[in-house]
Design a protein around this ligand. Structure first.
Ligand code: ASP
Length: 332
């Protein structure tokens, strides 16, 4: 008998049509009714945490979800969290850093159409989440469209299609086929069963994501420093380039890193890694003391920087954290 806790946070999966469009209205007891027919092999418990469109889920909510998981995980084989799809990858990633060395499944799922819609994908996604617990896949994952994705590798790629999440720069952990579930990896991280869960929900939420465009003005960095941002993730061009002719971003970046504000450089390309050593523009950037984001998704880079800044402000230590993969987020 598997014991599973269902935590709900809102999202399309729990939405009904109201006067002003879809809004969360369905609660965990109703969701569980749809899982009744799974039979006696499961004992479900439930708790409604919040009723939000995930656009409103922010670091405060991540901490509440993480703490709830931490407080209840010992009593269950796994926890399923229903969540809006729009920011699910951020929440899954944030929880992956706040809850390390997880020996059990913590699975996020949601849907593109509400649970009560005749065309819904919600049931399939809930069943996939249950299968992740069944298979004992450890760590924070996203279950969607018959696929289980490491929480730090998930990205929402479609606004309407049912194949809404892809596993970026790492194969999915498991997939459901007609002959059953094919499990490729059983843990998102290197699990040390002799150690307890490492829970730390300290986050520095003053982190800014800057996506460059040709012509971005260097003064943006002065504005970010004046706003007291404590860290920046830079989405640079291609393998990691930025302009310094006509508008010199390098000069302002040097000011930023010189002030002790860490800058993590990722690529605007969704797939494959950034590599600042290939091009002259990248090497110039590296010389300004930025931290390579390697093949991390933007969602993972932003939440990792928030979490790392919650641990330390020491430059070398921050860099050391980014050279390691803490929760499957980076190929090292
Ligand atoms: N706007 C919804 C949300 O993120 C979309 C969804 O759940 O699919 O809450």
């Amino acid at each position: 008998m598997k014991r599973i806790l269902l935590l709900t946070t809102g999202g399309t999966i729990a939405s009904r049509q109201g006067d002003q469009g879809l809004a969360p209205a369905i609660h965990s007891d109703e969701i569980l009714r749809y899982l009744d027919h799974l039979g006696n092999g499961y004992q479900f418990a439930q708790r409604d945490l919040m009723d939000l469109d995930s656009s409103n889920i922010q670091p405060e909510e991540w901490r509440l979800i993480a703490r709830t998981v931490y407080e209840h995980l010992a009593d269950y084989d796994g926890i399923i969290i229903t969540h809006g799809t729009d920011t699910m990858a951020y929440t899954a990633s944030a929880l992956s850093f706040m809850l390390q060395n997880l020996p059990k499944s913590v699975v996020f799922t949601g849907s593109q159409l509400p649970l009560e819609d005749p065309h819904t994908d919600a049931l399939q996604n809930l069943y996939t989440a249950v299968s992740a617990v069944d298979e004992g896949i450890c760590g924070v994952t996203v279950a969607f469209n018959r696929r289980i994705i490491c929480g730090t590798r998930a990205v929402k790629v479609s606004t309407m299609g049912f194949d809404a999440f892809h596993s970026i720069n790492a194969p999915p952990m498991a997939e459901i086929y007609a002959d059953g579930m094919r499990v490729y990896r059983r843990s998102t991280h290197e699990l040390d069963p002799t150690r307890p869960i490492q829970f730390d929900d300290t986050l520095e939420s003053n982190v800014f994501l800057l996506k460059l465009i040709p012509g971005t003005r260097p003064e943006i960095f002065d504005a970010l420093a004046a706003m007291d941002y404590k860290g920046i993730v830079l989405e640079a061009f291609g393998a990691g380039g930025l302009h310094y002719i006509n508008r010199d971003l390098l000069d302002r970046l040097e000011m930023i890193t010189g002030r002790g504000i860490p800058v993590v450089v990722c690529s605007q390309c969704l797939y494959e890694r950034s590599d600042l050593s290939i091009y002259e523009v990248g090497q110039r950037l590296l010389a300004k003391g930025v931290i390579p984001g390697n093949d991390m998704t933007t969602e993972a880079a932003v939440t990792k920087l928030m979490w790392v800044l919650g641990q330390t402000r020491n430059r070398e230590e921050i860099e050391r954290y980014f050279r390691r993969s803490l929760a499957g987020e980076s190929t090292v």
